[in-house]
Design a protein around this ligand. Structure first.
Ligand code: ADP
Ligand code: MG
Length: 311
């Protein structure tokens, strides 16, 4: 006998609350109840993944559960928020318990890693569409925004750029000598929550990299009313990505490919010594508008082309 809507919510998505200091009522009533401690503000974000747009029909459900929460936690990380709760809206073509068990496992494993409670959601039938709304706490006034980068600030990124883009090339047939790290980055990105908290007190602006740095850094530049120049030699790249660029000449990949979920942040030159996380300095904020790159002793304009859903 197949499981009912309420049966599946109970079986796969109802867990004891971990953050009982803020989450007072979870799955099971018309609303969840949550409080915001004195002196904090609530950071909210939502992200959707649609079959055929964000993932293929045959995608591994455990990885989908992980990635759906990861991309939401990445947004919280970019603001310097400490994640506490999430709601889950699931639209499923049919009830497939093998799929649901794997999806919920991937989701709950990451939720446990960052102590996030799933406190509610919605379950409907239709084309496979996965949505999470995630919530985090930030001491009042300390959120890292996009609009506050200053001229002469140093631009930093966590991790390597372009590995998720390389993984897509691998899935399209590119023969890579060591594909594991790239594929892991694409399918199970680790949100940089710890890093976001660690830079909150001194970074001047921050964004998470979902569309590629050329596109995402440009949001910081436009909202802060500044420009920037990146140094190609300093863009952190994995060995397989460098091999790929040597073979294909496609040097734009680490700048234009999406799904990296690293943090890109700016910091005043006199606060650079405060950085205690692994990251790379890749460029400088400038007064002159636009995004430029210094490569082979030449400075050129970097064309900004991120993924756009309606273009
Ligand atoms: P209502 O019809 O009042 O909106 P629902 O019947 O949709 O409530 O949901 C019942 C309870 O289960 C609610 O507490 C809701 O938040 C929760 N819920 C529904 N779907 C999910 C899901 N996919 N994951 C987690 N909680 C869910
Ligand atoms: Mg109701």
């Amino acid at each position: 006998m197949s499981v009912t809507e309420f049966g599946l919510i109970k079986q796969y998505f109802t867990k004891p609350l971990k953050n009982t200091y803020v989450n007072h009522l979870g799955v099971g009533d018309d609303c969840a109840l949550m409080s915001v401690p004195e002196g904090y503000e609530l950071a909210l974000t939502t992200d959707t993944m649609v079959e055929g747009v964000h993932f293929f029909a045959n995608a591994d459900p455990q990885q989908l559960g992980h990635k759906l929460l990861a991309i939401n936690l990445s947004d919280l990380a970019a603001m310097g928020a400490d994640p506490v709760s999430a709601t889950l809206a699931l639209t499923l073509p049919k009830v497939n318990e093998v799929w649901l068990a794997a999806f919920s496992q991937g989701l709950h494993e990451l939720a446990n890693q960052f102590s996030v409670d799933i406190i509610g959601g919605d379950t409907t039938s239709g084309s496979l569409t996965l949505t999470i709304q995630a919530m985090g706490l930030i001491p009042k006034g300390q959120a890292l925004k996009r609009s506050t980068a200053k001229i002469d600030d140093i631009i930093c990124v966590t991790g390597c750029l372009g590995d998720a883009g390389l993984a897509l090339k691998i899935e399209q047939g590119y023969a890579c000598s060591i594909p594991e790290q790239a594929l892991q980055q694409l399918h199970q990105p680790q949100p940089k929550v710890i890093e976001g908290l660690a830079i909150r007190n001194f970074a001047s602006a921050c964004i998470d990299l979902s569309d590629g740095i050329a596109s995402d850094l440009n949001h910081i530049l436009q909202q802060s009313g500044v420009g920037a120049c990146l140094h190609w030699n300093n863009i952190p790249r994995s060995i397989p990505l460098n091999e790929y660029i040597d073979k294909t000449g496609d040097w734009m990949l680490p700048l234009s490919a999406g799904d990296d979920y690293q943090l890109c942040f700016t910091v005043s030159p006199n606060k650079v010594d405060l950085i205690q996380i692994a990251c790379t300095q890749i460029g400088v904020i400038e007064a002159k508008q636009g995004l430029r790159i210094l490569r082979s002793n030449r400075i050129s304009e970097l064309e900004v082309k991120g993924f756009e859903h309606f273009s």
